[in-house]
Design a protein around this ligand. Structure first.
Ligand code: ATP
Length: 350
């Protein structure tokens, strides 16, 4: 059996709990992984003065695959978002966020939701080009600020190609471009939608539609199932994927992946959850499911399916649930480690 080398970045806050939990679960599948454990984020900044040490970059350059816990971004600007930097450095330009509904204990979803959001990962307002605007009598008064939202043909085409390719490989029927082309006539109306239409021609077996962002949000809340694969810009994708996670049980069950041509970084949608960090309360499933996406990426489909089945089963059984889910069903909350250990037992029993 081949051994994989994977970079593990535990990160900050609940990352220190859900990353080891995910390691345990991946180990339970029997897939052999050598973990190169390095760290980035606030804890690392406090320890070494560098939030993103060179050894993290060197490790990912070597392994090409990373599993990453959430990292804290300070509001005082002492360092930039590690997520944004990693996605940019490793040209992981497509952020993939599956949205899949679960039965949570006795709560059976009225309609099963099963869609995938592809979010462009490196551009848009995330280029980080903002400046204050000065005016007033002496020209020194801060009168506002502006932010650049830049998107390129290359990144948009990459986004759509990733979305269509995924649709074709996974038997999905339709790709929807989410846009605001009526207002943003150059960025969305021209660059984004031209890229969508161009790539769509290469995939005649997959349908393509364009839906304006505000209408799409409304349709998503009313009937998410009319969508299959949604492709959109960085900021819209950020908002949409958190909102969509809310439709299917919250952030504790929302995995994600950043995929580029050469490198892939797998991480949950949630952040560091400082309110529950260090208390053995965090739901490990979002990162565990991201680990399953990583196994799919490595070609270990059977192991990935076992993890997905175990998470589905434990959540549906409804007895061993961390607080975020236990609150929904009214059972006594279990700890991160209890939930993790039970998932491992299930995997070994299949
Ligand atoms: P950050 O600044 O790192 O983004 P945040 O608190 O603003 O942190 P999240 O970490 O995403 O954002 O948390 C939002 C809410 O969801 C918090 O109340 C948090 O406790 C909860 N939450 C997030 N992830 C999980 C998880 N894995 N398990 C349980 N609750 C979670």
């Amino acid at each position: 059996m081949s051994q994989y080398e994977v970079t593990l970045i535990p990160g900050d806050g609940i990352g220190l709990e859900v990353a080891p939990a995910t390691q345990k679960v991946l180990e339970a599948t029997g897939v052999s992984i050598h973990w190169d454990i390095v760290n980035a984020g606030m804890d690392e900044f406090k320890r070494s003065g560098n939030a993103l040490p060179q050894e993290v970059l060197d490790s990912i350059k070597r392994t090409k695959v990373a599993l990453k816990g959430p990292t804290n971004t300070p509001k005082d600007g002492s360092f930039s978002s590690i997520n944004v930097l990693l996605r940019r450095i490793f040209k992981a330009a497509a952020n993939v966020r599956p949205i899949h509904s679960f039965q949570i204990g006795h709560l059976i979803p009225e309609k099963k939701i099963d869609l995938v959001i592809f979010r462009e990962n490196t551009e848009d307002s995330y280029v980080g080009e903002e400046r204050l605007l000065y005016g007033g009598v002496d020209g020194q008064e801060i009168i506002g600020a502006e932010s650049i939202s830049r998107i390129t043909v290359k990144a948009c085409e990459y986004l759509f190609r990733a979305a269509f390719e995924y649709a074709r490989r996974n038997g999905r029927k339709k790709v929807t471009a989410m846009h605001k082309g009526n207002i943003l006539q150059m960025t969305h109306g021209k660059i984004l939608l031209d890229a969508g239409a161009k790539v769509a021609k290469e995939y005649p077996d997959v349908n393509y539609e364009e839906v304006i962002a505000d209408a799409l949000f409304m349709k998503m809340i009313l009937d998410a199932n009319q969508f299959d694969v949604i492709a959109t810009t960085n900021m819209f994708g950020d908002l949409l994927s958190d909102a969509a996670a809310g439709l299917v049980g919250g952030l504790g069950l929302a995995p994600g992946a950043n995929i580029g041509k050469e490198f892939a970084i797998f991480e949950a949608v949630h952040g560091t959850a400082p309110d529950i960090a260090g208390q053995n309360k965090a739901n490990p499933c979002a990162l565990i499911l991201s680990g399953a996406l990583m196994l799919r990426h490595l070609g270990e489909l059977e192991a990935a399916k076992k993890i997905e089945r175990a998470v589905t089963d434990i959540v549906a059984a409804g007895r061993i649930l961390t607080g975020d889910l236990a609150r929904l069903t009214g059972v006594k909350p279990s700890s991160t480690t209890e939930m993790t250990d039970f998932i491992c037992r299930l995997i070994r029993s299949y």
